[in-house]
Design a protein around this ligand. Structure first.
Ligand code: SF4
Length: 294
């Protein structure tokens, strides 16, 4: 059954008239010389000529003035949260805890800071690189006392670190103890230019710092190394050779005098004298003297 067969009588009349009108028009065009009709113009494959898909905003703007619809991103839910699959970080190693400084060390640090600011000796304060406060165990029973910092000490800020320092280390190790078991300091804290001897005025200027250090450390023994240190500490002018071989006393402190390690380096024959002084000290301290040194 054709669509026409389904049309009403009125519609069939209209279609018949339309067919007749089209036929008459085509016959008229043919008589006018038209031999064929062009097909409908198609759109080339040019994206700019293609019908554009309207955006959501355009869709909503068409017709009524509907406000643009904003489509919100759904909040993350437990099921759509991205899961990171990285390797778990290695545990951070705990840094070893530093031991709390002792009360004596804190007191020494206070004095040390004052020394670093000191300008009592104009020339020394102007020419020094570092002050040389002292180093060692704040609870030391034994203190080694030198004369003044040299070039190596001035650079490093620590006493007895040059060749003379190595010789002192040998003496300490021969005693069966370690450098960290004792305390080491000098008559003054700043290097005299050209390694000259410290002047009496400079020694006097610095004596207050020395006294405060000794009051904090409270050693039982002090070994004065060399004539400058011995005379400065004991306030005497006696030659070092005459001060050796016996204890002097300064309050409750036993004071022993011997040659400076630098002097031993220049006069190796004096090494035996120094060792005799050290054995004398060790016996009094109750330290065992190794058989090879007896
Ligand atoms: S030697 Fe002693 S008193 Fe003199 S400037 Fe140095 S720290 Fe001060």
């Amino acid at each position: 059954m054709t669509p026409e067969s389904q049309s009403t009588p009125t519609q069939s009349v209209n279609l018949a008239r339309l067919h007749k009108a089209v036929r008459q028009r085509l016959q008229s065009l043919k008589r006018a010389g038209l031999t064929h009709l062009n097909p409908p113009i198609d759109t080339d494959w040019d994206p700019s000529k293609l019908p554009q898909t309207p955006t959501r905003t355009e869709e909503s703007a068409v017709g009524t003035a509907v406000e643009p619809v904003t489509i919100a991103t759904p909040p993350p839910s437990p099921t759509n949260i991205p899961v990171e699959t990285t390797t778990p970080a290695a545990p951070i190693p705990e840094s070893p805890e530093k031991p709390m400084p002792s009360k004596k060390q804190i007191q020494l640090d206070v004095v040390c800071q004052e020394v670093a600011q000191c300008t009592a000796c104009d020339e020394l304060a102007a020419t020094r690189n570092k002050t040389v406060f002292g180093v060692g165990n704040p609870n030391a029973k034994l203190v080694f006392y030198g004369e003044a910092p040299g070039a190596d000490e001035d650079r490093q800020g620590e006493p007895f670190v040059g060749r003379a320092g190595k010789k002192l280390n040998e003496i300490i190790e021969a005693m069966g103890i370690q450098r960290q078991d004792i305390y080491i300091l000098n008559t003054i804290k700043c290097r005299p230019p050209g390694n000259r001897n410290p002047s009496p005025e400079e020694q006097e200027n610095c004596s207050g710092f020395l006294q405060r250090q000794l009051e904090i450390i409270k050693p039982d023994y002090i070994v004065c190394l060399g004539a400058i240190a011995a005379r400065s500490f004991l306030k005497v002018t006696t030659p070092i050779g005459e001060l050796r071989g016996e204890f002097h006393t300064q309050g409750k402190i036993k004071v022993l005098c011997t040659y400076h390690p630098a002097y031993i380096l220049r006069n190796p024959s004096k090494k035996r004298d120094v060792w005799e002084d050290i054995k004398f000290l060790m016996k009094d301290m109750g330290l065992k003297i190794p058989k090879k040194y007896l």
